[in-house]
Design a protein around this ligand. Structure first.
Ligand code: SAJ
Length: 422
């Protein structure tokens, strides 16, 4: 059995690696030659705990290879990006490009799985797209045309815990036909020890979107509370800690906004599918998207009360704690906005997980990447944007006489009941 995984990113590569370490012959396909070369050399082009060991092992045993072109295989797993377009509908062009690579290889009987987070109907669209290219095939054997089996199996893994969660999380597998769902379930059971639940493709698509929207709505609630608390002059962290003592209340943590490429994207796919009906989901997105601007204004207000030479410490750039992933990070949005609006203010940015400033900040003469302690000691205003462990380790004495804007509650010393990654 040979499996081709199309797209060797944050989801595709771990999936390829875990199939391969379970003895399956896997060919990873990516449009980026550098990624292909890295994988063939047993290396991982991004940071994810334990992934390196899996890739190196699978490559050295000959179970995993990478290629720029799509090979013939018994099963295809498509894990390519599905960004949204300016009108916030989903951009399916990467899925279509993957389908164009797969179509000529098919002879009938293959399993095709879409893993990318997708708007309702995308799996059906992919299937139809392939049938348009290959009218000699079918989805159900109709007119005695050989059938291909198409399913959607959304991923649920949390960045930073991918190799564990791939194995232990339950999974949803939605088939265009029940047969496709069954076959996909068999493939995932090679490495997935959680329950594998089968349904139809569009329900599986919605399940994934709903999971991320659920989190988005709950984070929006916490973010709204932080803005209300600020107005009322109360400590939101204490407020949430106390409220969470109720047995049926579990409020999440406010922050500078919602980052990453999933939670802030998936809800828009629901809104775009049902614009009139998805009112709460849309508002939650708007609340979370407005948070960086609110933090920006808070820093401006703090600086107004200080001498012009005041320096600002920006702690953290990643989209969440203890990772090096800067994609769609509200911290970067805030830092870049500040640096641009205040060209004569010096920003001492500390991000222990990167060696260089990201493009949005690179080359600005008023922004320097410095170690955490230096950033804190030389600054007058401390803006906490990410609750990295290294940030939480700052001693209270280091903050004496400084204005602290702590968007994550990272410098509080009382424990807060729920944790970010729970
Ligand atoms: N955040 C808060 N407060 C919280 C929790 C999170 O502000 O209480 C922020 C984080 O700082 C970050 C953003 O939300 O900026 C998203 O972080 P996250 O840890 O909630 O989620 P992701 O984006 O790392 O991963 C999510 C997960 N989905 C859910 O928890 C429902 C993961 O399981 C999915 O696989 C992933 O999206 C995905 O790929 O869709």
């Amino acid at each position: 059995n040979r499996v081709a995984v199309i797209g060797l990113g944050y989801i595709g590569l771990p999936t390829a690696a875990i199939l391969a370490t379970n003895g399956i012959e896997v060919i990873g396909v990516d449009v980026n030659q550098r990624t292909v070369d890295a994988v063939n050399a047993g290396q991982v082009p991004f940071v994810e705990p334990d992934l390196g060991v899996h890739v190196a092992g699978a490559v050295s045993h000959g179970h995993l290879t990478a290629s720029i072109s799509t090979p013939r295989a018994d099963a295809y797993i498509v894990a390519v990006p599905t960004p949204f377009k300016t009108d916030r509908s989903a951009d399916l062009s990467y899925i279509e490009a993957a389908a164009e690579g797969i179509a000529p290889q098919l002879i009938g009987g293959e399993l095709l799985i879409l893993e990318s987070t997708s708007p309702p109907g995308a799996t059906e669209h992919m299937a139809q797209y392939i049938l348009d290219l290959r009218p000699d095939l079918s989805l159900d054997g109709a007119d005695s045309k050989p059938a291909i089996l198409v399913a959607h199996c959304p991923e649920r893994v949390l960045p930073g815990r991918v190799m564990i969660e791939l194995v232990i999380n339950d999974r949803i597998v939605g088939g265009i036909t029940p047969d496709a769902a069954e076959k996909a379930k068999n493939l995932y059971s090679v490495f997935c020890k959680g329950e594998i639940l089968t349904t139809d493709a569009v329900t599986a698509e919605m399940a994934k979107l709903v999971e991320n929207s659920y989190r988005d709505v709950n984070i929006a609630f916490a973010n709204e509370l932080s803005v209300i608390s600020d107005k009322l002059g109360i400590d939101v962290w204490e407020l949430i800690r106390l409220a969470n003592h109720h047995p049926r209340v579990n409020i999440l943590q406010p922050g500078p906004g919602v980052g990453g490429h999933c939670i802030a994207v998936a809800p828009w796919f629901i809104v775009s599918a049902a614009p009139e009906e998805a009112r709460l989901i849309r508002t939650a997105r708007e609340v979370n998207d407005a948070k960086p601007e609110w933090v920006f204004q808070q820093v401006l207000s703090a600086l107004e009360l200080l001498p012009p030479a005041a320096e600002v410490s920006v702690l953290g750039l990643a989209f969440k704690a203890n990772i090096d992933d800067l994609r769609e990070s509200p911290a970067i949005e805030i830092a870049a906005h500040l640096a641009e609006a205040l060209p004569s203010t010096r920003f001492n940015v500390a991000e222990p997980h990167v060696a260089e400033l990201p493009a949005q900040l690179l080359g600005r003469s008023n922004v320097k990447l410095v170690p955490i302690d230096e950033s804190v000691s030389r600054s007058d205003v401390i803006v906490v944007l990410v609750d990295h462990d290294d940030v939480k380790a700052i001693e209270i004495e280091q903050l004496e006489g400084k204005v602290v804007i702590d968007t994550r509650g990272a410098l509080r010393r009382e424990p807060v009941l729920n944790t970010l990654d729970a």
